[in-house]
Design a protein around this ligand. Sequence first.
Ligand SMILES: Cc1ncc(C[n+]2csc(CCOP(=O)(O)OP(=O)(O)O)c2C)c(N)n1
Length: 560
Amino acid sequence: MTLGSKERTGARAVMEVLLAEGVELVFGYPGGAVLPLYDELARTPIRHVLVRQEQNAVHAASGYARTSGKTGVCLATSGPGATNLVTGIASAYMDSVPVVIFTGQVPTRMVGSDAFQETDITGITIPITKHNYLVKDVEELPRIAKEAFYIASTGRPGPVLIDIPKDVALALCRASLPERVELRGYKPTYQGHPGQLRALARLLGEAERPLIFAGGGVLASRAEDYLRQLAEKLQVPVVTSLTGLGAFPEDNPLALGMVGLHGKPCANHALMECDLLVGLGVRFDDRVTGALEKFAPRARIAHLDIDPAEIGKNVRVDLPLVGDISCILQELLPLVAPASHGPWLQRIKELRNLYPLTYGRGGEVRPQWVMERLGEMTRGQAIIATDVGQHQMWAALYYGYTEPRSFVSSCGLGTMGYGLPAAAGAALARRDKQVWLITGDGSFQMSMAELGTAMEQGLPLKILLFNNQSLAMVRQLQHFYYDRQYTAIEFTGNPDFVRLAECYGAEGLRITRQEEVVPVLARAMGNDRLTLIECVISPEEMVYPMVPEGAGLDEMLLPE
Ligand SMILES: Cc1ncc(C[n+]2csc(CCOP(=O)(O)OP(=O)(O)O)c2C)c(N)n1
C-alpha cells in the first residue's frame, strides 16, 4: 500500500496507520459517531471482535497486549460508549498496559453543545491515559494516530485515547503517514547512567543479604532472561509483585514468590531482613509495602525504573537508576562478579521452613488445593487470567508461575469483571496456550455476558469459578475490621452457572467434593470447548497470609 500519498478520508487514514502498525485485531462496540471508522475497518483484513460492553473491549485489549507483547486496540462510540470505557482505561493505566483507544465524537460544530451522545471523553480521561487527543483537523490524524501507537508502547507503556469527531473522520485528508515520530518533551531514557550502574554493581558486591524485587516492568521490557542471569550469577533470591508474577520462574530455587499484603510468608520475611533491596520495574505500592515506616528496615534500596516519576514516590531510595530494565540488566551483568551468599541463602531456607504457606480451616473443597492441582496438571504452562477477590490471591499464591506473561490480572486498580474479557483477549493472542480464567461469582457476574463473545470467537477458554455465593474478600475485611458484621456480601439470587454455560453452548461442570477436583480439571483440560467449572467453596475461607492495616510485612496474620 502507498502510505497515504493520495486523498482519502480521515477514517481511511486511521486504517492505514493500523495496518502500518501491524494491527491484526481490534476490540470494539459500534454506534453512530464511530461508524465512519467501522465502515473503513470492514474494508481491511483487520479482524473486529464485537464485545458485549465497551469496558470489556479495553480489558480484552489489555489481556491481548499483556500476553502478546503487542499494543491492544479498541474502538467505541461517543457518549455512553466512551464513558463505558473509563474503568477499562483506568485499569490499563494502573498496570501500564499499552492500549490505543479510538472513540467517535459528535461533529466538530456540535462539540460543546450537549449534543446527543456527546461527552468530553478527553477531559474525563486526562488522569487515566498516558496521553489523549481530540482531533480537530483531519490533516493531523495520520500523525496523531501514529504518535498514539508510539506513546502507548514506548517508555512506560500505557493507554492512549484518540477522540475523532464524525466530520473529521469523514473529511478528506491529504497528509501522508509520517515515517517517524518526533516528539519534543517525550524521550524515554533506556540506557542506565554509567556512574549509577557502577554504584549499583558496588552495592551488590558489598551486600550480604541482597534481595531482588521484580515487577511488571521486567515483563514490559522483556528482561526476564537477564533477571534470571543476574539472580543466578549473584545467587540473589527474588520476590515479585502481583504484576511481576512470571517474571522469575517460581520453580527456580532462588524464587520466593509474591510479597506484600497477601505475600508468601518467606518472601515477606526476606524483605524485612535483607540489607539491599533491588526494585526492578516496581512502584512500591501500598499493597506491597505495608506500613511505610516499617518497610525493609535494614535495607538500602536501589530502584530501577523507566519512569523517573516512580523513583522516590513511595519509598526512600538510596540508589535511583532510570532506564529500561532490559538495557540496564544487560549493562549491569558484566559489571558484577559471581557470588554465593551462602549464609543468606541458608537463612532463606530457614525462613521457608519456619514460615511455610498454609491454608488454615475451610470447607470440603479447598480452593488453594485446587489451584495447586491446576498448577501441577498444567505444569505451570497455562495462561492464568483472574478476576479480583480472594480467588485472585489464591491464583497468585498457589499456581506456580514459570513463564513470563502467563499471569493476567487487574493488579493496580483491582477491577472486578476484568477476568473474562482479559482471558478472551489472551486466548486470541496466544492460540498455542491453554487459557484459564480463575474467577469468583461476584466478579464473573460483572462481565459474564462476554461468554457470548468467547463463543463467537471459538475460544476454548477454561473457566474455574469459585462459587462461595458471596463477595468473600469483602467479607474477610468485615471479619477482621468490622467486628464480623457481614453486610452486603451475600448473593441469594445467583444463576446456576453450569446451566448458564450450557445455555451459551459451552460445557458446564461442577465440583462439590475434593475427589472430584482432579477428574473434573482433567476433563476440562482434555476438551477443546469453552468449559466452565463451578467449584463450590465455603464463604468462610480466608486468604492468608494477611498483613493487618498499619503493620509491617513480618507482622502478617497466618492461619492457626
Ligand atoms: C468493580 C469493583 N467493585 C468493587 C470492588 C471491591 N471488591 C474487591 S474484592 C470484592 C469481592 C469479590 O467477590 P468475588 O468475585 O465473588 O470473589 P471472592 O472474593 O469471593 O473470591 C469486591 C466487592 C472491586 N474490586 N471492583
